[in-house]
Design a protein around this ligand. Sequence first.
Ligand code: NAP
Length: 314
Amino acid sequence: MPDKIKTNVLIIGSGPAGYTAAIYAARANLQPHLVAGLEPGGQMTITTDVENYPGFGDVIQGPWLMEQMKEQAKNVGTIIYDDLITEVDFRSNPFITKSDSGLIFESRTIIISTGAQARWLNIESEKKYKGFGISACATCDGFFFKNKEVAVIGGGNSAVEEALFLSKLVSKVTLVHRRDSLRAEKILQERLFNNPKIEVLWNKKVKEFIGTKNPNALKKIKLEDTQNKSESEVLVSGAFIAIGHDPATSLFKNKIEMDEDNYIITKPDSTSTNIKGVFAAGDVKDKIYRQAVTAAGLGCMAALEAEKYLSEKN
Ligand code: NAP
């Protein structure tokens, strides 16, 4: 028989939103339970230097920050499971959720903080070399390309940060962007343009990844100019795709209101969703700011709103 756990607050996801919600809910005596998911700590665990999370004079490391948040959530009374929620039922309250290991949660409120995942180009040849030269995480895989030439695809903060990070390891980084200007913050752009190891190729999109078979290894990328359609090639051993993220909401499809990009819709100035007692915080509902600090703020809001909801119900 699977274990049944009754709780006031079930938090799904363990990024800055989830842990902050847990800290606030635990300190409000709600004894929250948090299920960490497939990537405990979330996207911050695949970042290195963090210099924009307030409270730290020196640069800190993403994985370290998430460990601290986890410890803090635990120390104030959150029960944390290294497990994955695989089924949710919002049709009646208490809500029923099931986990991969067979746990069943009966919870009076739910805070969804499942975050977002890296987006892929979704071209055929990308699949062939994923894990064999193509990656979506420079801090995880950059080391494998020490002193080699690599490309980064994208023009936002993530792409520029990945390029800057890789430039410390590899011999050359080519940033491939589909337009003629970057979306990244100006301070990051300045660092990028001043880095002698980084070249930017403007108005180019990836047409094909080309490499060897047995063993599968990326050798070059065929590019197409977005303006004059001319083709060119860039010789690289690695390619890092940094073209944004999609919210991790497939579990909630048709169960909660979402927008056309599958972000959970919340009421203005609130984390409440169209289902009373279900709240959403962090990148799963925020397509604009998507910062660790804004996710943490939304996690705090979700816990305060869950507390208010429960006390009004009592
Ligand atoms: P983003 O800002 O959405 O940028 C995605 C980039 O990829 C854009 O330049 C976009 O091109 C390009 N792109 C999208 N789809 C593409 C495709 N199919 N083919 C080629 N290029 C494609 O995503 P992000 O860089 O991951 O950042 C997400 C959010 O997190 C942002 O709000 C960002 O500020 C934040 N962030 C912050 C930090 C930090 O503060 N340190 C670090 C990382 C991320 P176009 O420009 O042409 O649309």
